[in-house]
Design a protein around this ligand. Structure first.
Ligand code: XMP
Length: 498
């Protein structure tokens, strides 16, 4: 257990009120730190960072970024319909794979314009062509980026430009998929210098694709969070309403989501019913419950539904766009909430097993465009207090990969992006009211606001710096991993603000 200074015992404190004291003599460099952690009981991340399900934070672009760098994204549900949310999850799933099963196919009767429509939606161009444009008929050819990249004649039939089956290099399902052997497929891709290798069964039907770009992505992002088929992992947020959540989850399962976050500002009783339903009907889907902020709530979840829940999310009102604490007089100082909830989960571990804690909200960092390393002290503190991962909204909302446009703010003389609480009136006008359980109420009370966050540029630049910063904090304290930090951190109060 971390060492907590006596002045902090039974006190309420925020991340800004504490510091982690380095009292060892580190004998390793920053790169010697390993941030591997559990997002859920079974899903391991190499980076303890999670993008919050908010409509100014996480859609497919953010979820792809987070997963490529070893974290994970949760796609919000503030869309006009379920299909739009599921499409975002599908884009993540189709971004990268080992074997791309059930690839999108067209027929030779489709035209170049149809290829561009698919490319616009999913950002890939390699499309196998089958006799009738479904996966049930024979493969007759393929079109790839090379075939269409300089074409403006959108009406031209693919039959005219495709590489036909006779000239195609293909591999058999028997030699690759059936043996779960990606290496043979990759070898053929390299030796024959191909963009795409179709895998077919005995009846010439297309079973899967293996692509050169996937092979490259696998090498470029060694931290990436992937399932066994090398597809990026993604979670979706669902409401705490059993009937609509069921529909969302079933559709999510069809595109291969890895889990759900049942998203509510305070855990609803109905969440437990949803969790049970998921584990009975779709046991491969992980379930995160939340939010909680006390030992009592953690105990209730763990003792009542331990086998239906895979992680617990902590944080009531600490977020940058939250006004729950000011408006409703409820919620809690986040650092003490994370500590108390983690300690309770640990106390129950011997009887009920391990429950990862997600510290949700309240993470602030100091960064400026000119420094090499972002200073993510709050993330190190959340982990030291017992969380396995930190979920963030405002910190990520300023990146290119979050939804929404950057703009110049003349008052502040800098580029900004808009960030809004899901309980703000603006978000509730769509569907955000569900998160607060007030979607049917005529009189709504806002629990969130709309704010501006600094524009932080590309996440592909920012995230590696953030990760380096977390590692640097560990290294300063002499800890090589999260377990060492959690067992030995020396947590003390800061009595004055800098
Ligand atoms: P940060 O501090 O990272 O917090 O911006 C992100 C978390 O804030 C929560 N959230 C809200 N809480 N009213 C609230 O009280 C809101 O309108 C609101 N919107 C988001 C959520 O838990 C998120 O992960």
């Amino acid at each position: 257990m971390a060492k907590l200074h006596p002045d902090l015992q039974n006190k309420e404190f925020w991340y800004k009120d504490i510091t982690l004291i380095p009292n060892k003599l580190p004998d390793f460099e920053r790169d010697g730190v390993d941030l591997t952690t559990n997002f859920t009981k079974k899903i391991i991340l190499k980076t303890p960072l999670v993008a919050a399900p908010m409509d100014t934070v996480c859609e497919s672009e953010m979820a792809i970024l987070m997963a490529l760098f070893g974290g994970i994204g949760v796609i919000h549900y503030n869309f006009l319909n379920i299909e739009e949310q599921i499409k975002e999850a599908e884009i993540v799933k189709r971004f990268e794979a080992g074997f791309v099963f059930k690839p999108i196919v067209l027929s030779p009767q489709n035209n170049i314009g149809d290829v561009y429509k698919i490319a616009k939606k999913y950002e890939f161009f390699s499309i196998p062509l089958t006799e009738d444009g479904t996966l049930n008929s024979k493969l007759v050819g393929i079109v790839t980026h090379r075939d269409v990249r300089y074409r403006n004649d959108m009406e031209t039939k693919l039959a005219k430009i495709m590489t036909s089956k006779e000239r195609l290099v293909v591999a058999s399902k028997k030699d690759t998929v059936d043996k779960n052997d990606l290496s043979l497929a990759n070898k053929i891709l390299k030796e024959k210098n191909l963009d795409t290798l179709p895998i077919i069964d005995e009846e010439n039907r297309i079973i899967a694709l293996v692509t050169d770009s996937d092979m490259k992505k696998n090498v470029m992002y060694p931290l990436a969070t992937k399932n066994d088929n090398k597809q990026l992992r993604v979670f979706i947020a669902v409401e705490s309403r059993l009937e609509s959540a069921k529909e969302r989850i079933k559709k999510g399962a069809q595109v291969g989501i890895d889990g759900i976050v049942i998203d509510a500002s305070v855990v609803f009783k109905e969440q437990l019913e949803i969790a049970k339903w998921v584990k009975k009907n779709l046991p491969e889907i992980d379930v995160v419950l939340g939010n909680v902020d006390s030992a009592e709530m953690v105990r209730k979840i763990i003792t009542e539904v331990s086998e239906y829940c895979d992680a617990i999310k902590v944080g009531i009102g600490p977020g940058a766009a939250c006004i729950t604490q000011e408006e409703l007089g409820t919620g809690r100082a986040q650092a003490s909430a994370v500590l108390e909830c983690s300690q309770e989960a640990k106390r129950l571990e011997a009887k009920y097993g391990f429950f990862p804690i997600i510290a949700d909200g309240g993470i602030r960092i100091t960064d400026s465009p000119n420094q090499d390393v972002a200073k993510p002290g709050d993330i190190a503190k959340a982990l030291a207090l017992g969380a396995q991962t930190a979920m963030m909204g405002s910190l990520l909302a300023g990146l290119d990969e979050s939804p929404g446009e950057k703009e110049f703010n003349y008052e502040e003389n800098r580029m900004i992006k808009k960030y809004r609480g899901m309980g703000s009136f603006e978000a509730m006008e769509k569907r955000g009211a569900l998160r607060y359980g007030i979607e049917n109420a005529k009189l709504k009370v806002a629990e969130g606001r709309v704010i501006k966050v600094p524009y932080r540029g590309s996440g592909y630049d920012f995230l590696p710096r953030l990760i380096a910063g977390i590692k640097q904090s560990f290294q300063k304290q002499g800890f090589r991993n999260i377990k060492e930090l959690q067992e030995n951190a020396d947590i003390r109060p800061l009595y004055f603000k800098k």
